[in-house]
Design a protein around this ligand. Structure first.
Ligand code: ADP
Ligand code: ZN
Length: 214
């Protein structure tokens, strides 16, 4: 099965993608993670995108499409792929369609996670990530365990993302509504869209996604 998770920043795409990876042995392809990795490694791409990302704007289609193409052409995932944070523009959606056609891979579903703006601001300003394994924690809904150790890898270093502040979030939300939300209509027209309420508890949202996927 191959699917896209779509939704505004803070909707919980990455959290749900990680659950699907566990349950269905799928491979998660997150352009946000790839770009942050490029920054950590100090590559040319990493240097190009740093400022744009911290501001909350989208990096160019060309950069993210190349990243996804490379992964798809080199990776092999019998359980299929979860596209998380990609595509984010209509041009990216068309490019992904062409890539999947070339590889004879079918897009089975697009899950839209709906969360209202107030909840997004609260969530994002409470969010932190384990430096060791990328597990995402949230002071309100999924706190770091009381012993201060990541429940997945035991790591003790947790970072807040540079773009998880109110100013960047406002820019990211605007980018979502202007550039990404048209994809909802696009995939609806293709007959693959399912919308779920992203406001519930993590496990309740996971259950809704499970039933949408059938
Ligand atoms: P979130 O969904 O929480 O906003 P991501 O981790 O998916 O965050 O992305 C972080 C940043 O990386 C985005 O604000 C944007 O600058 C850049 N980015 C990630 N994916 C894409 C993409 N498909 N197209 C353009 N920019 C992207
Ligand atoms: Zn960890």
């Amino acid at each position: 099965m191959n699917l896209i998770v779509l939704g505004p920043p803070g909707a919980g795409k990455g959290t749900q993608a990680r659950i699907l990876v566990e349950e269905r042995k799928m491979a998660q392809l997150s352009t946000g993670d790839m770009l942050r990795e490029a920054r950590r490694s100090g590559s040319a791409i990493g240097r190009t995108v740093a400022e744009v990302m911290d501001r909350g704007d989208l990096v160019t289609d060309e950069i993210v499409i190349d990243l996804i193409r490379e992964r798809l052409e080199s990776a092999d995932s019998p359980g299929g792929y979860i596209f998380d944070g990609f595509p984010r523009t209509l041009a990216q959606a068309d490019a992904l369609g062409a890539l999947l056609d070339d590889l004879d891979v079918r897009l089975d579903a697009v899950i839209e996670m709906q969360v209202d703006d107030d909840a997004l601001v609260t969530r994002i300003t409470a969010r932190s990530t384990c430096s060791g394994c990328g597990e995402v924690y949230n002071d309100l809904t999924k706190p770091i365990p009381a012993d201060g150790k990541c429940s997945v890898c035991g790591g003790t270093d947790f970072q807040r993302r540079a773009d998880d502040n109110e100013n960047s979030l406002r820019t990211r939300l605007m980018a979502y509504y202007k550039q990404t939300s048209p994809l909802i209509g696009y995939y609806h027209a293709k007959g693959v869209l399912s919308s779920v309420n992203g406001l519930g508890e993590i496990q309740d949202v996971a259950a809704e996604i499970r039933s949408a996927l059938g």
